[in-house]
Write a protein that binds this ligand. Structure first.
Ligand code: UDP
Length: 348
């Protein structure tokens, strides 16, 4: 039965639904009574995630394996399926790679959005939840970060988020009946409580938690801490780590809100409002694993800022949503996933 708290039951197209945040959101959409269709090109996700998702939901998932930049396939999907709303997660997300391959990043992230939004417009689908990032607050924002701060970026990945937000705002000016949510994530971590789905980065992880997970499981030798000379309590940078299950719940709440709001564009931070240092994260993970983990302090990483955490007040008030899971919950769940799947998802 649909949970009344989530309001209208919808048929939701989830782009990037096989990815880390997408897959967790699919489960919660279904739990809330929505129907889900996934579109994913599996460029950065293993097809085996789908079977895991089907085990969790106890049913079949409709999956369309193609690239949204393929305008013909995207048009056919919208022509043949009833779709009430779209949650758009699909996109490249590695900051370092985006600096090395800027054209590929702009081409992929903007190109897929153009095709998707044009197809939505042709078929009268006007509810869109977009996967943005706190990276749009740029390098000089104060903390806690609020939605009305100016946006900027420090790398091509970040600029794709700034640009897509702008493009969607322009679409809403031209077509005021649209209802668009720009979801600005802080640092999503953790995994589903079953331990069967989680984050599975390709290659050496760039982000802190996946890196610690691979040290803990023996795939990497030691954590390298990028600088302990920041102006923070223990010298390491502060980030707003948020459990992916809380993040997924924020999307379900945002989708419901789009059916009742008069605003064409709504911007919501998804964070806890608390900054946690690299050392505190490492120690929380050590508690989850039950032993100390090797690390070394090295030089700062280019582009890192000292502190990034949300003011989640607007999402709390307007979505009736609050992140509830603790740092220890995040580490326990991430470790359950990683220890049960030391090499991530199987190939087949
Ligand atoms: N970090 C680190 N070692 C790593 C990866 C990350 O010390 O191998 C630090 C990084 O400098 C930052 C924090 O962990 O202070 C979070 O980094 P992440 O890349 O996960 O998120 P972001 O900096 O993009 O918010």
């Amino acid at each position: 039965m649909p949970d009344a708290a989530y309001g209208v039951r919808m048929r939701v197209l989830v782009s990037g639904g096989a990815g880390f945040i997408g897959s967790h959101t699919v489960i919660q959409l279904i739990a809330a009574g929505h129907d889900v269709l996934i579109v994913d090109n599996f460029a950065n996700a293993k097809p085996t995630v789908i079977g895991r998702l089907e085990s969790i939901i106890g049913g079949h998932l409709q999956v369309h394996a193609f690239d949204l930049r393929d305008a013909d396939q995207t048009e056919r999907l919208f022509a043949h399926e009833r779709i009430d709303a779209v949650i758009h997660f699909a996109g490249h997300k590695a900051v370092g790679q985006s600096i090395k391959q800027p054209l590929a990043y702009y081409e992929n992230n903007l190109g897929s959005t153009f095709v998707l939004v044009a197809a939505m417009a042709r078929h009268g689908v006007s509810k869109l939840v977009f996967s943005s990032s706190a990276t749009v607050y740029g390098a000089n924002a104060t903390v806690p970060m609020k939605e009305d701060f100016p946006t900027s970026a420090t790398n091509p990945y970040g600029w794709t988020k700034v640009m897509i937000e702008q493009i969607l705002c322009d679409v809403a000016v031209a077509q005021p009946s649209w209802r668009i949510a720009l979801m600005r994530y802080f640092n999503p971590v953790g995994a589903h409580a079953s331990g069967t789905i989680g984050e599975d980065p390709s290659g050496v992880p760039n982000n802190l938690l996946p890196y610690i997970c691979q040290v803990a499981v023996g795939r990497l030798e030691k954590l390298r801490i990028f600088g302990d000379d920041y102006d923070t309590p223990d010298g390491t940078p502060l980030r707003d780590y948020i459990h992916v299950e809380d993040l997924a719940a924020g999307h379900v709440a945002a989708l419901a809100r789009l059916t009742s709001t008069d605003r064409a564009v709504s911007t919501w931070n998804l964070g806890t409002g608390t900054g946690t240092s690299v050392f505190n994260m490492l120690h929380a993970f050590e508690r989850a694993v039950g032993r100390e983990l090797p690390y070394e302090v090295v030089g700062r990483r280019t582009g890192d800022i000292a502190a990034s955490y949300a003011d989640p007040g607007r999402a709390n008030a307007e979505l009736g949503w609050t992140a509830t899971r603790t740092i220890d919950d995040m580490c326990v769940d991430a470790w359950r996933w990683q220890s049960q799947n030391p090499n991530g998802y199987p190939d087949a």
